[in-house]
Each structure stands twice: as structure tokens, then as C-alpha cells.
Write a protein that binds this ligand. Sequence first.
Ligand SMILES: [Zn+2]
Length: 96
Amino acid sequence: MTCRKINTGRLRGIICYTPEFKAGDPRPEGYNAFYEWAEVQHKAGLRQKRCGRCGKWNFPQEMSDKTIESRHSKTKWGPEIITQVPMCKSCESNKK
Ligand SMILES: [Zn+2]
């Protein structure tokens, strides 16, 4: 059982719940569940990667194995640099 103090202005108190997440589990719905889940993933050594498309940070199980091309140049007239950046699963499924 994990207890957490909450103090979000109108909402004050302590919530207790049993964490049921394991490393590699998919992202749950709901803020409290998400927080607990993210902590479990982090403790298990999983680190978030930034999606090159939406810019959100995702744990490895949420990342697609596909990459997208990111084009940018250091200066206005400089040569264009193309790098392969990782993409998350939700961007992959929204891609069309
Ligand atoms: Zn994304």
C-alpha cells in the first residue's frame, strides 16, 4: 500500500492505494494511476524518450520502433541536417 499526500488547493488529504504496476506495463488511464505507473517504470530503470513528432516524453513500451526524419539547419543559410528521431506509438497510429 502506498499513501500519498495530496494538496492541490481545493483537494487536500491522503490517498492510499495498492500499486499494481510492473515495469513495461502500458500507460494507464487517470492521473493518479499514471503517476504511480511512471514511478514504477522509472525505478525499474526505464527512461523516457522524446517523440520526434508530438514532442511528448514516453517510456520505451510506448515508443514505436519506427523513426521519422527530422530536418533542421543550424543557421538560416546553413546546410539542412537530417536526423532520425524516435516516434511514439500514438503518433505512428495517427500517421496517415
Ligand atoms: Zn508522438
